[in-house]
Design a protein around this ligand. Structure first.
Ligand SMILES: Nc1ncnc2c1ncn2[C@@H]1O[C@H](COP(=O)(O)OP(=O)(O)O)[C@@H](O)[C@H]1O
Ligand SMILES: Cc1ncc(C[n+]2csc(CCOP(=O)(O)OP(=O)(O)O)c2C)c(N)n1
Ligand SMILES: [Mg+2]
Ligand SMILES: [Mg+2]
Ligand SMILES: [Mg+2]
Length: 339
């Protein structure tokens, strides 16, 4: 098959006409560019994210369908992290010649499963061969109300810091998958606590609904998604906002399944939470007086919302304090591509 046949077999008829027309798709896959109609009065929000074999996944950590799902989820997450609504995606993929077509097909099944779940129309992309590694890059396009996108630079002293979900589970899942070093199998099932952790690593869910609640509440100040660990993302907010962040160790949400796996492997679960990454949860700030109401609206969707610290003007950077009064400056370290 040539790439034209491949593209058609991967994309043709995968999404409903309703989804495409709801997202204002005028020209979709098949021409030189896609054409979309903007929603009246909305601003456009754009981001792209790449996954590279042996950097973001290995055959022992992810199935093909997981790679497609997670590539879409990571791109959509950056739209969610602005409080915006995702609408369109463009997918660039470079495929090793030795990769079976069935694996590429599974990857697209995962990719479209995520796109459909978040109402994202896949409107184009690019396909090439690659000598060795699989590379997939997804450009996500969304919309937000003018002037209301939630930026890293908007934290204010006195704000509380919150996080959604259970960060750290993805890194704990990765730790388990790398440690056992066997090829992944889509039919394999995991017993708890591993099921929670492996799922968090392979199938992260972008927090689109929470992002919209936070933007539309009009109360949220800064927002960021957790791709590189809670400490690293808190540092990004602190630096962009020119302020300091206190994290309260005792309030960090440690999932009981992560606690169980950490106990089994004699590890500190906070290392995964603070420095792990790829959770795609949201971390942000807002005035304390609104946290209960807005946090309650997020929790009503079934997603945990936890106050984990506060913003201060008394230092720069990120520090953690424990209930016994100890304090420490947290390293900025997340995943460093050039370490
Ligand atoms: N190669 C590049 N060229 C231009 N802009 C880039 C490039 N790589 C990253 N950026 C921009 O740098 C900023 C930070 O990127 P990144 O750390 O990847 O953010 P995130 O963790 O949210 O994905 C973003 O605004 C992103 O668009
Ligand atoms: C095989 C393997 N090794 C290590 C990791 C961990 N890892 C790779 S990239 C990354 C950080 C997130 O990726 P990045 O490209 O930095 O995303 P961005 O910050 O742009 O959202 C992490 C934690 C992994 N997922 N798989
Ligand atoms: Mg990025
Ligand atoms: Mg981000
Ligand atoms: Mg990064």
């Amino acid at each position: 098959m040539d790439e034209f046949g491949l593209i058609r077999s991967l994309t043709h008829g995968r999404q409903s006409r309703e989804l495409l027309s709801k997202n204002g798709v005028v020209v979709g896959i098949g021409d030189d560019s896609a054409v979309t109609a903007p929603s009246p009065g909305q601003h456009t929000v754009m981001s792209c994210d790449t996954m590279v074999q042996d950097v973001h996944f290995k055959t022992i950590t992810m199935n093909s369908a997981d790679v497609g799902f997670k590539a879409m989820a990571a791109a959509v997450s950056d739209i969610a992290a602005m409080g915006a609504a995702p609408r369109h995606a463009l997918v660039s993929i470079s495929i090793p010649k030795r990769l079976p077509v069935t694996a590429v097909n599974e990857l697209y099944e995962g990719l479209y499963a995520c796109a459909d779940a978040f109402g994202v129309a896949v409107i184009g992309g690019d396909t090439t061969s690659s000598p060795e590694s699989l590379v997939i890059s997804v450009t996500a396009v969304g919309e937000a109300e003018p002037g209301r996108a939630l930026m890293r630079s908007a934290a204010r002293p006195g704000d509380i810091v919150f996080v959604t979900g259970w960060p750290g589970c993805s890194a704990a899942g990765l730790d388990y998958l790398l440690g056992r070093a066997v090829a992944s199998d889509p039919d394999e099932t995991f017993a708890q606590p591993l099921e929670t952790l492996v799922r968090a690593h392979r199938r992260p869910l972008p927090r689109v609904e929470a992002g919209r609640i936070l933007l539309l509440s009009g109360r949220c100040h800064a927002l960021n998604d957790v791709s590189d660990g809670v400490a690293s993302e808190a540092w990004e907010i602190a630096e962009a906002s020119a302020c300091g962040i206190w994290l309260d160790e005792a309030s960090l949400p440690v999932h009981p399944d992560m606690t169980a796996y950490a106990a089994e492997t004699r590890r500190n679960p906070l290392d995964w939470l603070l420095f792990g990454g790829e959770d795609y949860e949201l971390i942000g700030t807002m005035p304390r007086m609104y946290a209960e109401q807005v946090g309650g609206a997020v929790q009503a969707t079934g997603l945990p919302f936890t106050v984990i610290g506060e913003v201060t003007d008394s230092f720069a950077g990120v520090r953690m304090r424990s209930s016994d009064g100890r304090t420490e400056t947290l390293d900025k370290k997340g995943y460093n591509h050039f370490a």
